[in-house]
Design a protein around this ligand. Sequence first.
Ligand code: ADP
Length: 479
Amino acid sequence: MTFEYAPAPEFRAIVTIKPKYGHFIGGKFVAGSKHFPTINPATEEVLSQIALAGKADVDAAVKAARKAYTNTWSKMSGKERGKYLYRIARIMQERAREFAVLETLDNGKPIRESRDTDIPLAAAHFFYHAGWADKLEYAGLGTSPKPLGVAGQIIPWNFPLLMLAWKVAPALAAGNTVVLKPAESTPLTALLFAEVCQQAELPAGVVNIVTGDGSTGALIVNHPGIDKIAFTGSTEVGKIIARAVAPTNKSVTLELGGKAANIVFDDAPIDETVEGIVNGIFFNQGHVCCAGSRLLLQENVAEEVLHKLKNRMEKIRVGDPMDKNTDVGAINSKEQLAKIIELAAVGDSEGAERWSPACNLPSKGFWFAPTIFTGVTQAHRIAREEIFGPVLSVLTFRTPQEAIEKANNTPFGLSAGIWSEKGSRTLWASQQLRAGVIWANTFNKFDPTSPFGGYKESGWGREGGRHGLAAYLKGVSHE
Ligand code: ADP
């Protein structure tokens, strides 16, 4: 039976997008000089003009953050800091629909995901860290933990507001002030967050937001007035940042790429597993650093899983991100679409077999149908490189040991998934896997209390939980 879905569009008028934005420095919006457009990737409509921060803007933001750190924030009791964080969290909840609509317009992700995942989790990060602000002495991180100072924070475009929350909430709870730069293609929710800071009457300069591209990011990384760099993005840029901070006293945390193995053993509950595979790779268009992009199937169930997976993929609804029925939205940018198309073509030329369900992609905007490649071997580039799109590479294995060897055969180590009904097998496999986060019989579950981060080329340090808090305190180990 086929269900026809009537359109269920979210109401766009809840957000007011200004034609042009400046930076948020010292508690005020200040005009920028140069500007660049931010667009809706589902329609290519220009949403607004965004300021490109140069040296003078970054200097002003760092100066404001230093002043707020020295005069106000580092002197304030944890209890008082906590009140501001609670206030921010509550305002984010109150304005959740506005944030969700704006995130979907600027990013292209389905409204269902921004409404049910990104925004509630972002608020949860502020609530969680508000609770820590007056309890730092009891976090097991030393008897008198001290903040680092001014944190420079650079975030990507895949979860714009959520990545802001991952960075800003622990920094503020621990007593640091921040200069944050959102990604060039998704700055709008960070700018709305600046309004929330004003609404919460957060002391001026505690949070500063400068917009721009990689050149602005580099100015933050190399600024002598910054004590800590927190970066989430590509491994390529992560390496540049690691080199830049190596000769300095700056602390650094890097959350980089991934190529997670999602391992299905032959005793796995197949129907639930198929849902988990779909969620693992097609959630957020596969723009997820911890996406389950390498599916490892035990040979004796491979055919059954693939049959059911293809059936399930036929039902995935791709299209207007503002429609509440949409499962997979637009690819975030033209550049990202070009990268996905290029790597998928490499998959074809290396002899893997491509399959996508029939889907009518909109004519405007950036789109890529959910895709799987079977017959992939470890030598294929699509088994080794991060595609960062809705593309799954499928490999098979015979023994549990072979699954572990294949799973660990990657320069990355961010996440992994295990599907099995046997607890002892799950525990055994999780001990063998070299990945920062391992999900059992589920995938892509996030929680502010749980540390997140990778091994090897997936990064340094952890975000979330007590481990994440440690990364914003002096003299505490990050791992
Ligand atoms: P992606 O591949 O996800 O676009 P990037 O690593 O290019 O990831 O971008 C992540 C963030 O890093 C963005 O905010 C981007 O502007 C910023 N960025 C890019 N290049 C640099 C750089 N050389 N130094 C600092 N930040 C950078």
